[in-house]
Design a protein around this ligand. Sequence first.
Ligand SMILES: C[S@@+](CC[C@H](N)C(=O)[O-])C[C@H]1O[C@@H](n2cnc3c(N)ncnc32)[C@H](O)[C@@H]1O
Length: 326
Amino acid sequence: MSLPTSLAAPAAESVRDFATDVRRDLALVPKQIQSKYLYDGLGSTLFEAICRLPWYRITRAEARLLSTFAPQIVSAFSEPLTLVELGCGSGEKLAMLAEVLRARRRHVAVHLIDISPVALELSERTLGRLQHVSVVGHRATYEEGLRHAAAQRVGDSAMLVLFLGSNLGNFDPPAAHDFLSRIRGSLRAGDALLLGADLVKPESDLLLAYDDPLGVTAAFNKNLLVRMNSELLADFDLELFDHRAVWNARESRVEMHLVSRADQVVSIPRAETSVRFAPGEPIWTESSYKYTPEDVIQRGRLAGFLSLDQWVDSRARFALTLFSAD
Ligand SMILES: C[S@@+](CC[C@H](N)C(=O)[O-])C[C@H]1O[C@@H](n2cnc3c(N)ncnc32)[C@H](O)[C@@H]1O
């Protein structure tokens, strides 16, 4: 019996990359781990649970906007259309656009890009239910996946790239600019980018979204330690780290940390390192930058896009912006 991809052991090369990054980033001051490593099989499953929490409003706000404006969004394109989602997660939002195309009897090619095998399996299942859709999954980073999808574009079809869920907020501003510019560079006239971005809102709302009363986000964050224990043979004691979310108003970002409760040394054999933690010392595991609607438009323009339209969910403070590559 073969296991589903999401339950199989990670490939040796991805463990090697993880080990190299952990060794380098835990030697930084402050210590860090890249947020993409939050999404192993369990991490993706916990993220799906986070999306259902009443305090994490991003997913529902974006879905509300899509359910209202998807017809308008797809109308901006002539056929045929290729949809590419970077960091697709469950693929449910992409399916909302694809459904509109079904109603209009238009066939659509879909490329799903995600580093997480669980996310890819989920999204392939979600999109696989739609008969007018042909799906290609790429287990890859955003950049690699976009390169593959662009190389497989059929004829003169227009490409709509989706970067939803405020994934952009995980990049610091210079990296976000580079990344948007790279997306722009792989598109041509007639293509577009649909960007979902979370907006600045009261600090209490932001903190509840990243430190929920059920402790699901804490489990999502601490799962990084579980992942290092299992893939890198580390000996992190989960009881000796706390989840912490803080709003950094100056930088306009929520930061997630794992904070050491004690003076301790952790051994990480596959990363060929041992790391000392002082009491109260954090590992910075994720940034989630928050924007204003104008900020989002400006960032797209600076990366070479033309802004076509923007829709704002005023309840949850979330913006969906359509940019053209013309
Ligand atoms: C915050 S979730 C959002 C999922 C989905 N877009 C949504 O809006 O609900 C981020 C997704 O991007 C994936 N991801 C994170 N970093 C990535 C990277 N560097 N390359 C490819 N996928 C990545 C994760 O595995 C996860 O499925």
